[in-house]
Design a protein around this ligand. Structure first.
Ligand SMILES: NC(=O)c1ccc[n+]([C@@H]2O[C@H](COP(=O)([O-])OP(=O)(O)OC[C@H]3O[C@@H](n4cnc5c(N)ncnc54)[C@H](OP(=O)(O)O)[C@@H]3O)[C@@H](O)[C@H]2O)c1
Length: 183
């Protein structure tokens, strides 16, 4: 994977970033608030020199594109993007793809789009050009004994991490039967 960008990576996906750092990757995390990003730097410990944090609203497309171009110029091509983007996400994903494609003429790269259960039900893949392998990971719920519950942040982070190694769409927990989801 090498160089990984996580959009919306300072909340429930912070565990994915820390695991990728532990695996030896270079990880860039985008969020808007300073506090959660700073806490990630602290938690990264000795691996913090491979963690890039950026305070940015991903809907600010010109800034997002400019920063991705700069990041790739400084650190080399991004090979994997994990996108936890509040819908509507298409414009953000298309902007990311356009910038990452610039550095990926031959090799190809992966865009893993994280979807909440509800968003996944109405989801349509965005139209993306270039050498981008687009995949989704859907966050579901868990059946436990006779009850059901939503995924914990730890389960979400672990599931998204496992989804990176999968091929095709991936579901963490279950999304069917939908009428049995937690209320
Ligand atoms: N099973 C399911 O279907 C499911 C789905 C979704 C969520 N959940 C649960 O709901 C809880 C809360 O979800 P959440 O969405 O608040 O997730 P979160 O991952 O805790 O927060 C969203 C992340 O995206 C960043 N972000 C949001 N808007 C942004 C923007 N415009 N630009 C840049 N970064 C942005 C946030 O940082 P900043 O706020 O600092 O920008 C943060 O890093 C989770 O803990 C999870 O347990 C369950």
């Amino acid at each position: 994977m090498g160089h990984v960008l996580i959009l919306g990576g300072s909340g429930m996906l912070s565990g994915v970033a820390l695991q990728l750092l532990a695996d030896g990757h270079l990880v860039a995390v985008v969020g808007r608030s300073r506090g959660p990003l700073q806490r990630m730097v602290v938690r990264a410990g000795a691996a913090a020199d491979r963690l890039v944090t950026l305070r940015l609203d991903y809907y600010d497309i010109p800034r997002l594109r400019g920063w991705i171009a700069h990041e790739q110029l400084m650190q080399g091509p991004i090979e994997t993007v994990i996108a936890w983007v509040t819908p509507p996400a298409d414009e953000v994903l298309q902007a990311v793809a356009a910038e990452v494609n610039e550095y990926q003429a031959a090799v190809g790269w992966t865009l893993l789009h994280v979807l909440g259960s509800r968003a996944a039900r109405e989801h349509q893949d965005p139209v993306l050009t270039g050498p981008c392998r687009y995949r989704t990971v859907t966050l579901g719920f868990i059946r436990e004994g006779t009850g059901v519950r939503w995924l914990s942040n730890q389960e979400i982070a672990q599931g998204v991490y496992l989804a990176l190694a999968a091929t095709g769409p991936y579901i963490v927990g279950q999304v069917e039967p939908w009428q049995e989801r937690p209320q």
